[in-house]
Ligand binder design. Sequence first.
Ligand SMILES: Cc1cc2nc3c(=O)[nH]c(=O)nc-3n(C[C@H](O)[C@H](O)[C@H](O)COP(=O)(O)O)c2cc1C
Length: 138
Amino acid sequence: MLVRLVYASRAKATLTPAQFEDILAVSRRNNPANGITGVLCTNTFIFLQMLEGGRKEVSETYNRIARDPRHHDVQLLHFEEIMARKFADWSMGKVSFDRLNMAVLLKHSAKAVLDPYAVSGAVSVALIEELMQTAAVS
Ligand SMILES: Cc1cc2nc3c(=O)[nH]c(=O)nc-3n(C[C@H](O)[C@H](O)[C@H](O)COP(=O)(O)O)c2cc1C
């Protein structure tokens, strides 16, 4: 039973680039063992993350992430059962926002700013998909 979950959160003001790299490193260490794949988009203020994998593993990972004190205002945007993963290749891909990605943001929202709190979950899913196709993922 595969599921896809998308949430948004706000980084703690004190989050440094090094701490962000730590989050990615831990994700890339834990997720393969849990069969989790996905992508983490950030402009350093806001996180938009998609998790895909088994229902139990995605639930456990999301609950662990939601308790993490490095971010707050964690809001569940989207949850669905799926037939196949969109991002099977990424234990946790990273998309950072730069000028190149602004056009993709504008396509899906009123302003060229990452604000998943202001759009529907479906729009956030579409945004992530398009970013994965057009943006530099690392
Ligand atoms: C925005 C954000 C995204 C995260 N994504 C993941 C993730 O995909 N997988 C994961 O295992 N931990 C993720 N974490 C870290 C978890 O909250 C938690 O610190 C970590 O899973 C603990 O792992 P450990 O017990 O191996 O140290 C994330 C944390 C934040 C703040």
